[in-house]
Design a protein around this ligand. Structure first.
Ligand SMILES: [Zn+2]
Length: 316
């Protein structure tokens, strides 16, 4: 009897750990994560992510470009792209590490993944002066003194994440082709596909790597550990609408065998207050540090152009 009870309990626990957080149902969405993961409760003294990056930041001239070792190389072996039900994750193997730019040590790169919106909504996790981008890519690195992720989660600066905004344009981005080609093979949760390694630097805003924001925050998925040094690049990378659509209309949070297939969309966590945390702008950061926000001016210009186009269309 006891054995049966223990067996039943372990089945319940396994089921629980498999599907205990989500983005689209009230009982398991980001506001409910704290029920299963107490460390996801945003208490007053906590420093959670993501945040809005705004004008309350401090210019820090010692923040120059990071050393992205091995990012420009084509590594041997293969990488693995997997649909984990909450995101699409690319595990990148060995050979890359991140240091400098004010990071307290060397961090080895383990994986990257994406957060996105839907066909009608933007889905970056961080916002830039309240502007949400269509997508955000996270390159996850753990401090090289730690043997694994579990160990890094015990260290207040155990993880360094590079956040890259992804915007949509009419041009196809050839640098995302390896990922774009493999996405249809990982449409359903649990599916995985090998990818031939490529220089990871190709996915970064290559001419603007010295422009970024830095703050201390958390993982944006359970267990929401407050152990992350964030580097969020100011300038986005661009992909085409067709490439964006592969994420928002082609990736499911459910398994292929499921009776109902549910699209994975809007897989981002809500914005958290900074609660007096320091948010720094790198030496070369521009958009939010030029007095009057050039980003606000850019937004205003976009609205004006849109109005002009609408007026012209009406006249024609
Ligand atoms: Zn992420």
């Amino acid at each position: 009897m006891m054995l049966l009870l223990m067996l039943m309990l372990s089945v319940v626990l396994l089921a629980h750990s498999d599907d205990d957080f989500c983005y689209d149902e009230e009982h398991c969405d980001p506001y409910a994560w704290g029920d299963n993961y107490p460390s996801c409760h945003p208490l007053l003294d906590s420093h959670h992510s993501p945040i809005n990056l705004d004008h309350q930041l401090m210019k820090n001239d010692s923040l120059d470009s990071l050393n992205l070792e091995g990012f420009n190389l084509t590594h041997k072996g293969q990488w693995w792209l997997t649909n984990q039900g909450h995101s699409v994750v690319l595990e990148v193997g060995n050979g890359m590490q991140v240091s400098g730019g004010g990071l307290p040590g060397t961090y080895r790169t383990i994986q990257l993944h994406f957060h996105w919106g839907s066909v009608s909504s933007n889905g970056s996790e961080h916002t830039l002066d309240h502007l949400r981008f269509p997508m955000e890519m996270h390159i996850v690195n753990i401090k090289s003194t730690h043997p694994n992720l579990t160990s890094a989660l015990e260290d207040p600066t155990g993880i360094a994440v590079l956040g890259i905004f992804v915007d949509v344009t009419y041009l196809h981005n050839e640098n995302f082709q390896s990922i774009s080609s493999a996405l249809p093979s990982v449409a359903y949760k649990g599916q995985t596909k090998s990818i031939r390694p490529f220089p990871l630097v190709n996915l970064l805003p290559q001419n603007n790597l010295t422009q970024y924001y830095r703050y201390h925050g958390s993982l944006t998925t359970p267990p929401c550990s407050q152990v992350v040094l964030w580097t969020v690049y100011e300038v986005p990378v661009y992909i085409s609408w067709a490439q964006f659509e592969q994420f928002v209309s082609g990736i499911y949070s459910t398994e292929e065998e499921a009776a109902n297939h549910v699209l994975l969309h809007d897989n981002y966590r809500h914005i958290h207050p900074t609660y007096g945390r320091s948010v720094y702008a790198s030496k070369d950061a521009k958009l939010l540090t030029n007095g009057v926000s050039s980003l606000a001016l850019l937004n205003l210009l976009n609205v004006l152009l849109l109005l002009i186009f609408k007026h012209l269309a009406f006249c024609i």
